[in-house]
Design a protein around this ligand. Structure first.
Ligand code: 6PG
Length: 220
């Protein structure tokens, strides 16, 4: 695994440029770009920037690293945020997007999503964020999903949030060609240092794509 840490005052611009470069590389090599989106608030300005990129969206396949168990029009929906900031403004075809159905029973939604992806599906890029407890996707500290070794997508109960989530598992994340954490300047620097030092009580520290690249883009 090759790891790169980028510290930048131009967070959204630099993150968008890295993603476009990876997209062009994948499209050039395989005529497609398989990208998983992260949720929360950090990616919003990056997605808005990417909506202006001139890419063949019909050759991009968007998945989601996790989703809240809410309908797509709920303000909590990660899909809803991506649709608002990126898909609609860029006229991304619906066929390019695989949405986790947060509105149905979580275990069924996870199983359905996993079935939708080919058994040998490998992402070119998975975007991730990090919470203040070191969670990533919806892999929260000391939750069951962290111990999953076979499944690619599971339902995971987050006690702190008292809610269910749908999430990629660590094996699926670590299968990616490239994983990129987007962490803005508001995030706790001490936590970032502990995660980068590999302190495994923080789920984000367990993202180590064995045959891929790992990039951390840290806003300053
Ligand atoms: C989610 C995300 C989650 C997020 C972190 C950081 O669904 O909430 O996938 O892992 O990336 O919680 O969230 P912020 O970007 O809002 O700080």
């Amino acid at each position: 695994m090759k790891r790169t840490v980028i510290r930048t005052k131009n967070f959204a611009t630099d993150a968008a440029k890295l993603i476009v470069d990876l997209a062009l590389e994948s499209l050039g090599e395989r005529n497609e770009f398989r990208m998983a989106l992260s949720g929360g608030s950090t990616p919003r300005p990056v997605y808005a920037e990417l909506a202006r990129a001139k890419l063949p969206w019909e050759r991009v396949h968007f998945t989601f690293g996790d989703e809240r168990c809410v309908p797509p029009d709920d303000e909590e929906s990660n899909y809803g945020m991506a649709r608002e900031t990126w898909f609609r403004p860029a006229h991304v075809p619906n066929e390019s997007v695989s949405r986790m159905r947060g509105e149905i029973e979580p275990h069924a939604a996870a199983a359905e999503y996993e079935q939708e992806l080919a058994p040998d599906y490998r992402h070119d890029l998975i975007l991730l964020g990090m919470g203040d407890d070191g969670h990533t996707a919806s892999l929260f500290p000391e939750t069951d999903a962290l111990n999953e070794t076979n499944r690619r997508v599971v339902a995971n109960f987050a006690p702190k949030l008292e809610s269910w989530r749908i999430t990629f598992t660590l094996p699926f994340i670590n299968l990616a060609r490239h994983v990129c954490f987007l962490v803005n300047a508001k995030k706790n620097r001490e936590l970032i240092d502990k995660v980068l030092a590999g302190e495994r009580q923080y789920p984000a520290a367990r993202v180590t794509p064995a045959n891929g690249q790992l990039t951390w883009i840290l806003g300053e």
